[in-house]
Design a protein around this ligand. Sequence first.
Ligand code: PLP
Length: 421
Amino acid sequence: MNSKELFEESKKYLPGGVDSPVRAFKPYPFFVEKARGSKIWDVDGNKYIDNCLGYGPIILGHGNMKIVEAIAKQLSNGTSYGAPTENEITLAKMVVDRVPCCEMIRFVNSGTEATMSAIRLARGFTGKDKIIKFEGSYHGAHDYVLVKSGSGAVTLPDSLGIPKDTTKNTLSVPFNDEKALEDLIKKQKDQIAAVIVEPVMANIGCVEPKKGFLKFLREITEENNILLIFDEVITGFRLSKGGAQTYYHTIPDIVTMGKIIGGGFPMGAFAGKKEIMEMIAPSGNVYQAGTFNGNPISVTAGISTLKQLDQTFYKDLNKKGDFLRGKIAEIIEDLDLAINLVGLSSMFQIYFNPKEVLNYEVAKQSDTERFLVYFKELMNNGVFIPPSQFECNFISCAHNKEDLTEIAIAIESALKIAWNK
Ligand SMILES: *Cc1c(COP(=O)(O)O)cnc(C)c1O
């Protein structure tokens, strides 16, 4: 069956034909046959350069041989024990060595579980109930954070099925707006347990913090006995060895991780200072548990991944990002388009929007129809990017210069078509 037929079939068994909403782009998504390095193949015989990379985890390219070999070895020794392994300590130490705020860590199965547990921990630690998030930020798919949430879903209404009682403790303010946050904290500081932030808002595209904004968050939370949670599910091990907190020199109290840390397998984690983390069961009274927590496959893949992510790795990867963004910037200038290229390190997006995008309000005003023309045309030219204006493009170390040049050429022709140039 081809992708079109598979999608028709799939819709009979899976709601909307997919297992996660962003995948169901129109008229139908391609079904994947395989992926290797920087490329992904569909069942219709097309090959694409992959700038979606599983929405972030695949920083080493698909089918990285070191990970594959490590996993193959682990597979025959069993896949789940419900008992601890030495590898969990090994991975924990690797993360502690790299990530500044991290003294202790709990491994879970997804970014969603990580933020859910981190918020519970912050509430347990402070004895307060409210949290503040930023409009358009995405912290996974659990009830407490599905308020003004991003993730390709900027145009969707808030989810049904979430009791008002659950979200009454979730407050939100615009990103990069110090005054709004200050006013809110002034009014309610005795009730606020935590501020949770994506240091780079990668679920409404790619919005960087204004200079000094993260430092401001650090100070105002510290002054008011509020914990600062960095949701580094995307930025962790992406922006640098220590993630966004190293990149921006700002240390939160708790960090949540996911995506890259599992080396392409399901995993998440939350981590922080010892005195906070020791409140987690069984050493403390904040409950958290999971059948597959710290499972040997994800942990093995995580170890193999982090081993490969050294300083040289980031230098090379960031150089590739700079090279590609440089090319795209030239193209935009040559075509004289009023659109906005954003990004850093190995992340980027083009906002079909003439304004500088500093928050969700402005991101929302982007020309999403034109973006879809651009997306489709990129596919026609053999480049796969996330199918939404409000997701982030990634590159991996498997993307070579030829790939990057090919991407730039495809972008040029897609922009021309989207703008009738
Ligand atoms: C993807 C993502 C999550 C959710 O992670 P899952 O593994 O999909 O549950 C949480 N926070 C951020 C910033 C993310 O990008």
